[in-house]
Design a protein around this ligand. Structure first.
Ligand code: SF4
Length: 268
């Protein structure tokens, strides 16, 4: 390979890694392709881990201990609608992301949804289409939902922050913190049975964890470790892979399908 080709290849790999980081992926499954690319020598097989199964929800202890709980107010939730929250958000300039957005992408779907899906931030397509999960990854999400008997209209789709970050970068901690109260209000009003967080940032933020998405996914967690009152007790949270990651990593669709089946079982 010529020096120029090597430089191009390295540039492309860097750009792909940057994109994966932006959607919350910071580690990779060890596949045959990856092994041959990295020229990893054959190793004796490791003992297989015990199978993952549907378990009772897990209390994420760090959450309650280290961060302030959002106090859900059931009486307020009953009196408030998503339209009220959107009006309160207004033409928001509370954080720096207002400078890079064309539109606020508040959320889309049913106010009575049993399943709420939360991504990291609107994409450039979402920003112009004013709805979350558009484009190729949105199409894949629609198919994933159809596989468990749900339409986009039956669920509620939104993201941690409501404005497109410049260059599709992950939103900063400060920006997430500023926008989070509006996400809580949405959760409070919808009160879904299951909250599915897609990607590393939504998973780590809502679970108050620094664990990788690959370690967090595939199980339910109590949402009440994060929020108090009986409203939060009714909700479970499950982290899974973002459809944009699945588009480039087809071999991970099986893991994603397992998560979807757990959701389907829980929703009954
Ligand atoms: Fe406001 Fe949220 Fe947009 Fe920041 S991301 S400007 S807090 S709506």
């Amino acid at each position: 390979m010529s020096d120029n080709s090597k430089t191009d290849l390295i540039r492309e790999i860097r750009s792909l890694l940057k994109y994966h980081k932006s959607i919350g992926i910071d580690s990779y499954p060890r596949t045959k392709g990856l092994e041959s690319f990295l020229e990893i020598k054959e190793q004796p097989p490791a003992p297989s881990p015990p199978p993952r199964k549907y378990t009772r929800p897990v209390q994420v202890k760090a959450a309650a201990e280290t961060r302030e709980k959002h106090i859900f107010d059931p009486s307020l939730a009953k009196k408030t609608t998503l339209t009220d929250v959107r009006q309160e958000l207004g033409d928001c300039t509370r954080c720096g992301l207002h400078k890079s957005r064309a539109n606020i992408v508040f959320g889309q779907g049913s106010e009575k949804a049993k399943l709420m899906i939360i991504g990291p931030a609107p994409s450039a397509e979402d920003d112009h289409g004013t709805a979350p999960f558009l484009g190729a990854s949105g199409d894949l999400l629609t198919k994933m939902l159809a596989a468990i008997g749900l339409s986009r209209e039956e669920v509620y789709l939104t993201s941690l922050v409501k404005c497109f970050p410049a260059g599709g970068q992950p939103p900063k901690e400060e920006e997430i913190r500023t926008c989070l109260p509006f996400l809580f209000r949405q959760i409070e009003i919808i009160c879904p049975k299951v909250i599915c967080v897609m990607g590393k940032q939504p998973a780590q933020t809502l679970l108050h964890s620094k664990e990788s998405l690959f370690r967090l996914r595939g199980r339910f967690y109590d949402f009440n470790s994060f929020c108090s009152t009986e409203l939060a007790d009714k909700m479970l949270i499950i982290p899974t892979l973002h459809p944009a990651f699945l588009l480039d990593n087809e071999e991970m669709k099986k893991a994603s399908w397992q998560d979807l089946q757990m959701i389907q079982k829980r929703l009954g």
